[in-house]
Design a binder for this molecule. Sequence first.
Ligand SMILES: [Zn+2]
Length: 313
Amino acid sequence: MRLGRAIGLAISLALFSALPVRAQAAPTVVTTIAQIGQPLGEIAGACAHVESLLGEGVDPHLYQPTRADMKRLLAADLVLANGQNLEAGLRRALDALAAQKKVAYLTEALDRTRLLPWSDHHADPHVWMDPQMWRDALTFGVAKVAALAPGCAAPMTARMHGYMNRLDALDRYIAAAIASIPAERRVLVTAHDAFAYFGRRYQLELQGVQGISTESEAGLARIQQMVAILVARQLPAVFVETSVSDRLVKALIEGAAAAGQTVRIGGTLFSDAMGAPGSYRGTYVGMLDHNATTIARALGGRADGFSPELARN
Ligand SMILES: [Zn+2]
């Protein structure tokens, strides 16, 4: 009898100690762009299940949510978006979720004076291009995730400090890589204006054909103006982006060739989308490393890669 009760007590204790683990299953966080989700997933570890809606090569300006996306958003404990109307096609869905207080916008946590202008209502949304600004945006996101997993504060804080130190080292690498480009060639020509924060941080002049959002169309006058810049500055390379058509950039190359200036495609940059999940270029650090290293090499600078992954063959 007493033995039976003792066994019963032991079993119920075992069940009781097992229960909280199940009851406190890791919260689910859904982000729009992977530039938010990948670093937060790394920092959260087992403390949260972090997933991103927008995959490799997907343009967030034009993206429309699928029915499956809506299910994932509704089931999430927290939704983290960039804001500043980057996710224009997701806006109605995000507004509806914001009414349930489940959405936080990373760029809205930053002091407005640090943001570059765009329209009357929104700042330039491409903040992830400046790792010093993005670390502050991510810090805000980490705090939101930590609030859902209070038992995880210590390990998440430790991982966050490690990650932020890595971003500081990446920032120093990018500054040195861009500074190695001959001064007159420090001009980045791309299809759309995603690199303004990158240019401001690393003193790189920018010329985009299409404006800040890919929703707008470039005019012939703008293309002719940019061909004139390529020729006058003797620029050797222009760049394509994984999430934007290369049609406009090819028009620039043809225009420059007609004017006697040989311009090549200096490489493909990650502007609004990262590389394949699970690959180095599918991480936020790898995305910026790839961009800086590709730009520096194509414009005549020296760059060995922040990671050995990008070392020259
Ligand atoms: Zn963009």
